[in-house]
Design a protein around this ligand. Structure first.
Ligand code: SF4
Length: 80
């Protein structure tokens, strides 16, 4: 079975996971998406997949694109 088959977001509007930004009104949308992620049984698989594949947009594994970029920067040592 693919981890996506167990994704909690399968029953959600996909738009929820693709805010247009990360500030202002988008913050509320991101927090709603994160709430779904935090009850998702495949959160870790999803987050790892997004990091490994350099997913550039959207909320994956409860992480925004900026959060993934920062995490990857820390892992590579290129970000203080
Ligand atoms: S962690 Fe979030 S984005 Fe990933 S599969 Fe689960 S609900 Fe969907």
């Amino acid at each position: 079975m693919n981890w996506r088959d167990a994704a909690a977001c399968r029953s959600e509007d996909p738009e929820l996971f693709f805010p247009i930004g990360e500030d202002g009104l988008s913050r509320q949308q991101i927090e709603q998406a994160r709430a779904v992620c935090h009850r998702c049984p495949v959160l870790t698989d999803c987050g790892s997949w997004a990091l490994r594949n350099g997913e550039r947009d959207g909320v994956w594994g409860a992480m925004t694109a900026d959060e993934r970029r920062r995490r990857l920067g820390r892992l590579s040592g290129s970000n203080p």
